[in-house]
Design a protein around this ligand. Sequence first.
Ligand code: GLC
Ligand code: CA
Length: 510
Amino acid sequence: MPKWLNDAVFYEIYPQSFYDSNGDGIGDINGIIEKLDYVKGLGCNAIWLNPIYDSPFMDAGYDVRDYKKVAPRYGTNDDLVNLFNKAHEMGIKILLDLVPGHTSDTHPWFLEAKKAKESEFSNRYVFTKSVWDAPPQYRMMCGICERDGNYLVNYFSSQPALNYGFNEITHHEWQLPPEHPDCVATVEAIKDVMRFWLDKGADGFRVDMADSLVKNDDEKVATAKIWRGVREMLDKEYPEAAMVSEWCNPERAINNAGFHMDFYLDHYGNGYSRLFRYGDPRSSEAVFNPNGKGDVKAFADEYLPNYESTKNNGYISFMTNNHDMPRVTAGLDKNAIKLISAFIFTMPGVPFLYYGDEIGMKYQANLVSKEGGFSRTGSRTPMQWNSQKNLGFSTGDEPYLPVDKSDDAPTVENQKDDADSIYKVVTDVIALRHKYDDLKGNGELEFVYEEGKIPFYYKRGNLVMFFNPLGKDAEISTEYNGKVVYQIGGAEFADGKVEMKPQSFVMIEL
Ligand code: GLC
Ligand code: CA
């Protein structure tokens, strides 16, 4: 287990929207290099970089055309190596985004695979034996290749699924078992990509759709086995490298598959989503909604057993948001977002901050979809730096996506010195996380709540965090009392209880 993860705080950078260093309207790698000081200033010591590979950008780069080449619009491989080096000098780690489940339909492997002529790539993707065969339970593209067969897609139609085999063979003519040499070759090809970037200085990977490899694998046993193998390779060859999975099943991802971290995603109705994410941030069941009527139990009942069973093997990762979900500003007010930040950066695991969330960037509803973003486009708009042209994102006349045009658009410049800003809370709480060992990734957790109530608290070592997300006063009974380390809103300690102001947070040291 790489030691650095225990004190890691990640910043997710969506490269096309971060900072444009050459005025062509698209963010780039040199732009990220210029802003490393900013990242460091937030207290983040690690970066997750969304895909930077060559791509036709039908899905923002998750449709990879060449795994080993930086997309020219972002720069060159040398620029990326330069970013690794500069980041390392500043104590910042960088994870690239690994997309193992599919490629672009313009990837050379696929261009070979779709030919009638057989080649070493004929089984790199999942093809049926004839175009007349298209079982409805699989999402297939039909009748469009020279080859007599249909192929399986993993996400959008432009993303053919790479072939890792089928755990349960239901159609003998074309399904291969995961042990088939051609499926093993797919695994080896992905490991080769990993080694390529790790050798150049990458610190690991965020793994896209990590659970999607082997098909007909309901319990994900065969998929987990592949990742175990990858983890063994890392332990042996790159022991400091880390992997975080887009999976949202910590027991499978961490305990079975060997990921160091697993994201707690916004799956509708799950514990995380019930706290403050989409599907329901505005609904009265969301815990951090000031008008909330639900309770924190839905979260705790799901999170705590997962936390307990994985805490010795890896970390569950909370995130303020990511590039796939509406920014939290779409559904909650500033005070609620401050409390959420206090929560995310004081819980166990390895937290992730999505670019722009530290200044409360707004979700831009109704934008025309860009690069396969669709409703996600509104969370992917250019970073807002200052009051200059395009809010400092680009000197070009037309950024590839419009910047927030509203008069009250938050920027780093106008938030940074504002004592009442989200930025202040985010940076303060991250600083406390680094300061106190009790707040580190693997520090202990005792989560205390009462059924049917929203206010709650948790204890981590000598620190206790109390939350009242409600828009009215609330009382939490507790035996704890101590020195106030940090607060939002306000709270008074009395015998056996703490009286909390509306939408408040207080951290005490015993
Ligand atoms: C993941 C990514 C998402 C992408 C999809 C297909 O969910 O986060 O942005 O569209 O996988 O690769
Ligand atoms: Ca640029």
